[in-house]
Design a protein. Sequence first.
Length: 116
Amino acid sequence: MTKNDMVLRIAKEMGMRQTDIKRIVQMTLDGIIDVLADKQRLELRNFGVFEVRTRKPRKARNPRTGQEVMVPQRKVVTFKPGKLMEERIYNEKTGDAAAPAPAPMNSEDSSDDSDI
């Protein structure tokens, strides 16, 4: 889905003009960029958290020549999905309810491998 697809979908659902929706969507995206550039973190409840982190400098290899090169420190944007998003995406992919947590393993269970 592209930004334009999203605008068309929202405009149709809301019964509003595409130009108005496009402006709102663009202002929202610009706002996200502004917050990340200034404050380094944006939390949207039930959606997720955008955060700017600094990657340490590291050694890498040029895949063509095999020569070792230094990659400088840089900032990267990370995203951690919220609980609601994770649950919905998991359920849509598998068609199942949330997966049950694995049963804790007792010390007695781990020593008895004869049933395997």
